[in-house]
Write a protein that binds this ligand. Structure first.
Ligand SMILES: C[S@@+](CC[C@H](N)C(=O)[O-])C[C@H]1O[C@@H](n2cnc3c(N)ncnc32)[C@H](O)[C@@H]1O
Length: 215
């Protein structure tokens, strides 16, 4: 799998093609990366998300990893499990939506000042369509912070993810954003806290591009 070549037809297939609603039916009140890697995610949010801004936490659960000392005007979660989202203390509101069934986001153009997508991009079967939608619901110039490590639910990750190593994952996410066409200043980061001693942590950060002005 070469992230610079056209995607082969099987790139977005998963070992488990049963419904995501079934897979995420029971809540999982666990964390998916270790504390040091979570701290690296939180630090990125500190750097990229402005206090008092409105944020969208995509593929959210019972924790958002936002810096506890920073107030935000509004944080909206979107994920698969209502019990997890209900238990998330940072969310003002939440939406349960399967992005693999329905990539269109139920939000207005420019409604958010930032978006987060933590350790979940590998589960999207239509990542380009979702990222195009994320750009639409962000105000121009707003940041998207995508983070991931080297762990996943293997049966639900797309084949393209399994075919690549960590560097390949960074290139793949960059490619998704480029194909979505509405992103600028795409930056690839290795924020692994302590190589060999904690989970690695990689990020792809981008800014929503200016919206096209129709004549
Ligand atoms: C590994 S967990 C990560 C949760 C959270 N972002 C975190 O950092 O702990 C994967 C998350 O992706 C969400 N998810 C998986 N498949 C999804 C889908 N098809 N549509 C929307 N969300 C999905 C699940 O609800 C789950 O919360």
């Amino acid at each position: 799998m070469d992230p610079n070549q056209p995607f082969p037809p099987h790139a977005f297939r998963r070992q488990d093609e049963t419904s995501d609603a079934e897979f995420y039916h029971h809540p999982r009140f666990v964390t998916h990366i270790d504390d040091a890697a979570i701290a690296a995610v939180t630090q990125l949010y500190r750097e990229f998300f402005l206090p008092n801004s409105a944020l969208l936490d995509l593929m959210s659960s019972w924790v958002s990893h936002l810096p506890p000392e920073v107030p935000y005007r509004r944080v909206v979660g979107l994920g698969m499990n209502a019990a997890e989202l209900r238990a998330n203390p940072r969310l003002e509101s939440y939406v349960v939506q399967d992005l693999n069934q329905q990539p269109a986001l139920p939000f207005a153009d420019g409604e958010f000042d930032g978006a987060a997508l933590c350790v979940s991009i590998d589960y999207l079967t239509q990542p380009v369509a979702v990222l195009r939608e994320v750009a639409r619901v962000l105000r121009p110039g707003a940041p998207l912070v995508i983070t991931f490590s080297n762990r996943c639910f293997p049966s639900k990750a797309i084949a393209a993810w399994h075919a690549l190593d960590d560097r390949g994952h960074l290139a793949l996410v960059q490619r998704f954003l480029e194909d979505a066409g509405s992103w600028q200043r795409i930056t690839l980061l290795d924020r692994s806290p302590a190589p060999g001693r904690s989970d690695p942590l990689y990020a792809v950060v981008a800014q929503a591009g200016a919206k096209a002005i129709l004549p």
